[in-house]
Design a protein around this ligand. Structure first.
Ligand code: FES
Length: 154
């Protein structure tokens, strides 16, 4: 573990609490999520109890504690997307992919994340799938995308 995080922690030599969020962001950017062992190691490195790190990290919905599924969908529920009907589209996505309370599909192939803005409001409503934006969605476009995902999920 030390080796896996060494190049990240090298940027934060002071071992102070104010570096916690940037370190968590760096780890997630590189590893895709925060594992239990990441948190344990950080707890020792920054001298912050694990429970406090979890409590801080769970406050921000940007952090994930499990790896993304093969297909990771980021669903925008921001204002611009909301007025363009994102709520109904998100509901359709959750139903079609059988997303459960843990934000993963029953078969484990899909994971979702609701975000406050994808930074492309002019293209609302939109979603991101594995880094690709699908913009100006309507029911027909979404049906096509979902059918493709479900057909190619193997
Ligand atoms: S509100 Fe959806 S992209 Fe900004």
């Amino acid at each position: 573990m030390v080796e896996a995080l060494k190049h990240i922690l090298y940027k934060y030599p002071d071992k102070v609490q104010k570096d916690l969020i940037p370190i968590l962001q760096d780890i997630q950017n590189e590893k895709g999520y925060l594992s239990e062992s990441h948190i344990q190691y950080l707890s020792k490195y920054l001298s912050i109890p694990e429970v406090k790190i979890y409590s801080i990290a769970t406050f921000y919905n940007q952090f994930r504690f499990a790896p993304n599924a093969k297909y990771h969908l980021r669903l925008c529920s921001g204002s611009a997307c909301h007025v363009m009907g994102s709520e109904k589209l998100i509901e359709t996505i959750k139903n079609s992919l059988e997303i459960q309370a843990n934000n993963r599909s029953k078969n484990g192939k899909f994971s979702i994340e609701e975000v406050p803005c994808l930074g492309a409001c002019a293209l609302a409503p939109l979603i991101e799938i594995n880094g690709n934006y699908h913009s100006k969605l309507n029911n027909q476009k979404l049906d096509r995308i979902l059918n493709e995902l479900l057909e190619n999920q193997q």
